[in-house]
Design a protein around this ligand. Structure first.
Ligand code: AKG
Length: 264
C-alpha cells in the first residue's frame, strides 16, 4: 500500500461524505493529462469516439475561437485512452478508494472530465450521483475528483453539503437539474447545514460519496477549471438490469483485485 489514510481521515470521510488529499498527483502526470485532454477535445486522436464529448448548452459555437472551448465535458474516456486509464489505476488514488470502500476488489463505474471553460463553463446543479446511477447497488460508490487546474470559487470549484450522504436518496432524480438548493434542503432535515467550497490546487484530489449532495458554480473567470472525475465501485456491487432509466455505461473495467460472478 502506497498511501495509508489515518483513522481521522477515514472517520472524516464517513462522517462528512468527502475527503480532500492535497498534492496527491505529481505535476508531470497532471501536465500529461492536460495535454491529452487537449488532443481528445480537439479531435486529434481517433481512439476516443465523438460520442464521448458533450458541448456546453446555450453557447454560440461560432463565437469561440477553438472547438475545445465549447466543450462541457468529455466522458467514458478511460476505457479508450491509456493516459487517463493510467490515472484511474494510479496506486495512491486506488489505495485511498480501497480504504474508503473497505475492499480491494474495485471496478470503474465511469469517468468524466469536466472542462469548465473560461466564461462559458456552466453551473452543475446540486445533485447526488447515485440518484442517476439508479441501477447500481449498494448506493455507495466513490468519486476521485482530480484538479487539473487551480479550482477556485471564482472559476466554479466543487461545492459539497457535508454529511448529506447519510440521508439516502433525496428524491432528486426527477428534474434535479431544475431544482435549486432551497427546494430540497429541507429534505435533509438538519438545521445546521452548510455549503463547503472545495478549492483545490492542481494534483489535489477530493473523494466524495455517491449520495453526497454536490454541485459547482459557473466559471466567471478567464481561466479554465478542469477536473477529472473517476467513479469507482466495489466489484461486489450489483447491477439491476430491470432498471431501464439509468445511464448506459461502457464495460465496467477491473481496477484492482478480483471480479465476482453475478456482480458488476
Ligand atoms: O466538476 C464539476 O463541476 C462537477 C463534478 C461532479 O458533479 C462529480 O464529479 O460528480
Amino acid at each position: 500500500m502506497k498511501f495509508t489514510l489515518t483513522e481521522a481521515q477515514k472517520a472524516s470521510y464517513f462522517r462528512n461524505g468527502y475527503l480532500v488529499v492535497e498534492g496527491l498527483v505529481s505535476d508531470d502526470l497532471i501536465e500529461r493529462l492536460k495535454h491529452q485532454s487537449e488532443l481528445i477535445g480537439d479531435n486529434k486522436v481517433d481512439h476516443v469516439p465523438n460520442s464521448s464529448t458533450q458541448a456546453e448548452p446555450n453557447i454560440d459555437i461560432k463565437l469561440c475561437s477553438e472547438k475545445n472551448l465549447t466543450l462541457r465535458k468529455l466522458y467514458d474516456i478511460a476505457v479508450y485512452d491509456q493516459i487517463f486509464w493510467k490515472h484511474v489505476i494510479n496506486e495512491k488514488i486506488v489505495d485511498i478508494v480501497s480504504q474508503l470502500l473497505e475492499t480491494s476488489d474495485i471496478k470503474l463505474y465511469g469517468d468524466q472530465l469536466f472542462m469548465k471553460n473560461p466564461e462559458v463553463g456552466s453551473e452543475i446543479y446540486w445533485h447526488q450521483d447515485s440518484a442517476s446511477w439508479k441501477d447500481i447497488f449498494p448506493k455507495d460508490l466513490i468519486t476521485a475528483w482530480t484538479a487539473l487546474d487551480n479550482s477556485t470559487l471564482e472559476n466554479g470549484c466543487l461545492k459539497f453539503i457535508p454529511g448529506s450522504h447519510r440521508f439516502g436518496t433525496l428524491g432528486l432524480d426527477c428534474d434535479s437539474r431544475e431544482k435549486k438548493m432551497e427546494k430540497f434542503l429541507p429534505l435533509l432535515n438538519f438545521k445546521q447545514w452548510k455549503i463547503q467550497d472545495i478549492e483545490l490546487t492542481p494534483g489535489s484530489v477530493s473523494f466524495h460519496h455517491s449520495l453526497l449532495v454536490h454541485g459547482s458554480g459557473k466559471n466567471l473567470s478567464f481561466k479554465r477549471r478542469r477536473g477529472y472525475a473517476a467513479h469507482y465501485m466495489r466489484a461486489l456491487s450489483w447491477k439491476d438490469d430491470r432498471i431501464t432509466d439509468a445511464p448506459i455505461m461502457p464495460k465496467f473495467c477491473q481496477v484492482r483485485g478480483k471480479s465476482y460472478e453475478n456482480c458488476v
